[in-house]
Design a protein around this ligand. Structure first.
Ligand code: PLP
Length: 403
C-alpha cells in the first residue's frame, strides 16, 4: 500500500494537524477532528449559554453516555446497550473488577501480568487493600498468565495491546481458556479501540474498559467507556453506586436501586463537554472501515520497521515490539539507552512520538491521519539526528513531567 492507493487517504483532511508536524502519538492523545471545535462552541454558547439547565433534556445531555456508548459499540464488536461512555479508564477498572469479583464470589484473586499499564495494577492493589483480606492482587510474568489460572482466580485482567511494546493478545483464545478455568475476564482495550477490529462479544468476554482520548480522538482527558456483556448486567450491583446509575435518579429516594442494564454503571453527573468532543471523534471513526484501518496500520508498521532497520544496526536501536505485525497493535517501539534525549530531539524537529521509561521510544501509527510519506520522512529525520548526534545536547536531557 502507498499514499496513492490508500483507501483512507481522505480522512487526513478531517483532522486539524499543525503544518510541519509528523504526529506519531495518536496512541496517547488522538489528533483534533476538524468538526470538534465548532460542535463544542455550539454546546457551550447555545446549549449551555442559552438552553441552560433545560439542555439536560432538550439537548439530550442526560442520555449522552448511553448514546455515545451505542456508537462506540460497533467499533469494538459490542452490541447495543453493552457499552457506556463515562468516567476515566481507572475508575471504570474499579467498577468492572469489583463487578467481576461479585459474580465469582468463591474466588478472590485478580490476576494480571507484571508490567501491565500501571493504573490497571494500582486499581487491583486498591481493591485488595479495601477488601479486608478477601481479595488478592496477583501479578505474574506475561508468558505465565495462562499457567497461573488456578481455582482461586476470580477475574483475569489483561490489556489486549500492551502500552509499551504493542504486543497483542488473542482475546478469544485467552477468554475461552479463562472461562474453562472458572475465571471471568476484563479486557483493557485502550490501545485496541479504534485501532483494530476487536470483538468482545464473539469472544464472550465479560467486561472491557478503554480510554476515549487515544484512537477515538475524544480530546485530552476525554471520558472513557466500559463494556459489560449483556448476560451479566442485571446480576451486578455496582460498587460505585452513584445516583446517575440509579433506576430513578430524580425520585431522590434514600434507597439505592440500580438502573436496568448498562446505565447502572454510571456514577455521577456526566461531563457533557468532554462527551460532546468524544462524540465528534467517534462519529468520524464510524465513517471509516475498521478492516481498512487495520490493513493500513500493518502496512505503516512494516514500512517503519523496514526503514529503521539500518539505523538499528548502526545506532543501537533494538525492536521492543513483536517483529510479526500480526502480533502487534498500531504502534511500534524501540529500546535505546539514550531514548529520552533522542525522542526530545525528534520532537524538536516536529516528529512527535513519546518515551516510556526506562528506555523505550514509542511510535503510534494512526491510519486515519498518517501518510506513508510521513513515515519515510520521520525515519529520515531520525537518521539525521543520530548521524549528527543532535540528541546529545543538554536541552534534550531535561525530563518534563509528561514524557
Ligand atoms: C492500557 C491503558 N489503560 C489505562 C490508561 C489510562 O487510564 P486513565 O484514562 O484513567 O488515566 C492508559 C493510558 O495511557 C493505558 O495505556
Amino acid at each position: 500500500m502507498t499514499d496513492a492507493d490508500d483507501p483512507l487517504a481522505e480522512f487526513r483532511a478531517r483532522f486539524a494537524l499543525p503544518e510541519g508536524v509528523i504526529y506519531l502519538d495518536g496512541n496517547s492523545l488522538g489528533a483534533l477532528p476538524v468538526a470538534t471545535p465548532a460542535r463544542l462552541a455550539a454546546t457551550v454558547s447555545d446549549e449551555w449559554g442559552k438552553g441552560l439547565i433545560g439542555s439536560w433534556n432538550d439537548a439530550e445531555w442526560v442520555t449522552a453516555p448511553q448514546r455515545i456508548g451505542d456508537k462506540i459499540a460497533p467499533l469494538v464488536g459490542a452490541g447495543p446497550g453493552e457499552v457506556i461512555a463515562c468516567d476515566s479508564t481507572s475508575v471504570n477498572l474499579f467498577k468492572v473488577l469489583t463487578a467481576a469479583l461479585s459474580l465469582n464470589p468463591s474466588r478472590g484473586t485478580i490476576l494480571s501480568e507484571a508490567g501491565n499499564f500501571p493504573t490497571d495494577v494500582y486499581m487491583m492493589q486498591g481493591i485488595e487493600a479495601l477488601s479486608g483480606g478477601r481479595v488478592r492482587a496477583r501479578l505474574v510474568e506475561p508468558d505465565a498468565v495462562e499457567a497461573a489460572l488456578d481455582d482461586e482466580v476470580g477475574v483475569l485482567l489483561l490489556t489486549q495491546v500492551h502500552y509499551k511494546t504493542g504486543r497483542m493478545r488473542d482475546i478469544a483464545r485467552t477468554t475461552a481458556l479463562a472461562h474453562e478455568r472458572g475465571a471471568l475476564v476484563a479486557w483493557d482495550l485502550s490501545h485496541s479501540a479504534g485501532a483494530l477490529p476487536v470483538d468482545p462479544t464473539a469472544a464472550r468476554a465479560d467486561f472491557a474498559v478503554a480510554c476515549g482520548y487515544k484512537y477515538l480522538n475524544g480530546g485530552p482527558g476525554a471520558p472513557a467507556w466500559l463494556y459489560v456483556a449483556q448476560r451479566h448486567q442485571e446480576r451486578v450491583t455496582p460498587a460505585l453506586s452513584g445516583w446517575f446509575g440509579h433506576a430513578a435518579p430524580f425520585d431522590f429516594i434514600d434507597e439505592y436501586r440500580p438502573a436496568p442494564g448498562i446505565a447502572r454503571f454510571l456514577c455521577g453527573t456526566p461531563p457533557v463537554l468532554g462527551l460532546v468532543a468524544l462524540e465528534c471523534g467517534v462519529d468520524l471513526l464510524l465513517e471509516a472501515d475498521m478492516a481498512a484501518i487495520r490493513a493500513k496500520s500493518v502496512a505503516l508498521g512494516e514500512l517503519f520497521a523496514s526503514r529503521i532497520e539500518p539505523l538499528c544496526q548502526r545506532h543501537g536501536f533494538v525492536l521492543a515490539s513483536p517483529a510479526d505485525p500480526a502480533e502487534r497493535g498500531s504502534q511500534i517501539a524501540y529500546a535505546h539507552p539514550e531514548g529520552y534525549a533522542i525522542m526530545q530531539a525528534l520532537i524538536a524537529r516536529g516528529v512527535i512520538g513519546d518515551f516510556r521509561s526506562p528506555d523505550i521510544l514509542r511510535f503510534g501509527l494512526t491510519p486515519l491521519y498518517l501518510r506513508f510519506a510521513d513515515v519515510d520522512r520521520a525515519v529520515e529525520i531520525l537518521a539525521e539526528i543520530m548521524a549528527t548526534r543532535t540528541w546529545d545536547r543538554a536541552e534534550f536531557k531535561v525530563r518534563a513531567a509528561v514524557t
